[in-house]
Design a protein around this ligand. Structure first.
Ligand code: ADP
Ligand code: MG
Length: 225
């Protein structure tokens, strides 16, 4: 019992430390990004290309840090009632350009009166991770369907893509830290997503078939609007 307590205290110290380092490192990255953008205005086309690559890599670093930060400190700070339709529409707005770049399309069918309890930015982080994976799995003629409904005391949200799909073995590894099949992947996205959904008292399940596509199903306790 004593050992358990010490272990918990140590974990707490480590996660506090991770969170503060992550937080401190993210700020200078954001500042650097701003100056690079300013500097890029005066450059020629080829140099602008290099600058964009630098900015993309900075964003990648920033996203990795955000994922780590969330894993170290998944506790929700501002808990409010979330309107699922509004949240998903905002996420769609952020991801449509990325989907179009991959030749993919996103459709959203969500009634306006679904509510759950949670933190809006964590909710977005979790769903952006899921939908980004769908976008990255697409290969021409891509379709991502998002729909939601109330089922008894729960809100169910489905995200289905017709991307490359997964073998059973890959499917069972989802959410494991560092499991990634991508050259530039971190394997942190779904680990964090599972964690966020868990602290919001939800459940996340995946179904997938190689060559056919993947479907994520998320359930949360429903609350009155
Ligand atoms: P990353 O995206 O950095 O690789 P994730 O944790 O987000 O890490 O995903 C882990 C792995 O799960 C991916 O590399 C991919 O192999 C697989 N995966 C996740 N979502 C999908 C999907 N919608 N379609 C196909 N494979 C997926
Ligand atoms: Mg990912």
């Amino acid at each position: 019992y004593n050992n358990e307590l010490q272990r918990a205290e140590k974990m707490e110290i480590i996660s506090d430390l991770a969170a503060s380092v992550a937080h401190e490192v993210r700020n200078p990255l954001q500042v650097t990004r701003g100056f690079l953008q300013l500097a890029a205005e005066k450059l020629d086309q080829k140099e602008k290309g290099y600058m964009n690559m630098a900015i993309e890599e900075l964003d990648r670093a920033s996203n990795i840090i955000t994922d780590f930060l969330t894993f170290a400190k998944p506790q929700l700070e501002h808990i409010t009632s979330l309107n699922i339709c509004q949240e998903l529409k905002q996420i769609e707005g952020i991801l449509v350009p990325l989907a179009n770049l991959q030749g993919g399309e996103i459709t959203l069918e969500v009634p306006e009166d679904l509510y759950i309890e949670g933190n809006s930015s964590k909710f977005k982080q979790a769903f952006i991770n899921i939908i980004k994976n769908s976008i990255e799995a697409l290969d021409g003629q891509g379709q991502i369907q998002i729909w939601a409904y109330k089922q008894k005391t729960e809100v169910w949200i489905h995200i289905r893509d017709n991307g490359e799909g997964m073998e059973t073995k890959e499917l069972s590894k989802l959410g494991e830290p560092y499991f990634s099949t991508k050259t530039k992947g971190t394997g942190l996205g779904l680990m964090v997503t599972f964690r966020i959904i868990e602290v919001m008292h939800g459940r996340l399940e995946f179904k997938s078939e190689k060559g056919v596509g993947t479907e994520a199903i998320v359930r949360f306790p429903s609350i009155p609007g």
